[in-house]
Design a protein around this ligand. Structure first.
Ligand code: Z5A
Length: 224
C-alpha cells in the first residue's frame, strides 16, 4: 500500500547502537524538513521528563536497580504514555522524527537475555513507523569512541566514566544482532561510519524516497 495521505505526518524513527549519531542526525533532519516547510517535531525515547522517564533515567545512571523485566516494561510504558499525543500529532499533519523507539526496547532487553517474543509483546499497538533509519556502525568502533570519551571524562572528573549502562563491547554486539532480527521492509540501513554530512545526505535521500506516506498503521513488530 503506497497510497499517499496528504493530511498525515510521517513517523520517522532513528535507531542504532549508542553514539551512532542518532541525536546529531535527528537535529539535522529536523532543520532540513523545517526548511522545506513541513510541520515537524523531534522526539526521543526514553522521554526522561515524565514520571516513568525519571525512573528510567535513574536506572540508566546506575542510581537504582530494577529487575530486567520491570525496566523493559517501564521503557514500553514511557512510549505508551506518549501514544495519544503521538497519534494526534501525526493525524494533524505533523511529522515526527523519533530518536529510538520500540526497536531499542526489544534489541536492548533481548540482548540481556530476555525472550525476544516476550519483549515485543508490550509494544504491540503503538503507531508503526513509516521509515526506520538504522545508523549502522560496527560495535568495535562504538566501543572505542565510548572508551575515548571515558578517558576524557576521567581526566576531567575522577571516576566519572561508566555513567550509563550497556557500554561494553560484548553487549553492544548482542544488541546489533537483535536489531538484525527486527529488520523488515520499513528499515533502511545507513553507513554511520561516514563523515557526518555524508550520513545526513543519505538520510535526506531516504526520507524523500519514502515521502509518499502510508496510512497510519499500528505496530506489529516483525510483521508490518
Ligand atoms: N534503551 C532501552 O534499553 N530500551 C528502550 O526502549 C529505549 C532505550 C528507548 C539510553 O538511550 C539507553 O536506553 C540506550 C538504549 C536504552 N543505551 N545506552 N546506553 P539514549 O538515547 O539516551 O542514549 P544513547 O543511545 O547512548 O544516545 P546518545 O549518547 O545520545 O548517542 P547518539 O544520539 O546515537 O549519538 P550523537 O549524540 O548524535 O553522537 C555522539 C557523538 O558522535 C557526538 O559527539 C557527535 O558529534 C559525534 N558524531 C555523530 N555522528 C558522527 C559522524 N558521522 N562522524 C563523527 N562523529 C560523529
Amino acid at each position: 500500500n503506497n497510497q499517499k495521505s496528504d493530511s498525515r505526518g510521517a513517523l520517522i524513527v532513528l535507531e542504532g547502537l549508542d553514539r551512532s549519531g542518532k541525536t546529531s542526525q535527528s537535529c539535522r533532519l529536523l532543520s532540513y524538513l523545517e526548511g522545506l516547510g513541513h510541520p515537524v517535531e523531534s522526539w526521543r525515547f526514553p522521554d526522561r521528563n515524565t514520571g516513568v522517564g525519571q525512573m528510567i533515567s535513574a536506572y540508566l545512571a546506575n542510581k537504582s536497580q530494577l529487575d530486567d523485566h520491570a525496566i523493559h516494561l517501564l521503557f514500553s510504558a514511557n512510549r505508551w504514555e506518549k501514544r495519544s499525543l503521538m497519534e494526534s500529532k501525526l493525524r494533524s499533519g505533523t511529522t515526527l522524527i523519533v530518536d529510538r523507539y520500540s526497536f531499542s526496547g526489544v534489541a536492548f532487553s533481548s540482548a540481556k537475555g530476555l525472550d525476544f517474543e516476550w519483549c515485543k509483546a508490550p509494544e504491540m499497538g503503538l503507531p508503526a513507523p513509516d521509515l526506520v533509519l538504522y545508523l549502522e556502525i560496527p560495535p568495535e568502533v562504538i566501543c572505542s569512541i565510548i572508551m575515548f570519551v571515558g578517558e576524557i571524562r576521567k581526566a576531567a572528573e575522577r571516576g566519572g566514566y561508566g555513567g550509563e549502562r550497556y557500554e561494553q563491547l560484548e553487549f553492544q554486539k548482542k544488541v546489533a544482532r537483535s536489531y538484525q532480527m527486527l529488520y523488515d521492509a520499513s528499515w533502511k540501513a545507513i553507513d554511520a561510519g561516514l563523515p557526518i554530512e555524508d550520513v545526513e545526505k543519505q538520510l535526506r535521500e531516504m526520507v524523500i524516497w519514502r515521502s509518499q506516506t502510508f496510512d497510519l498503521k499500528f505496530l506489529v513488530l516483525g510483521s508490518l
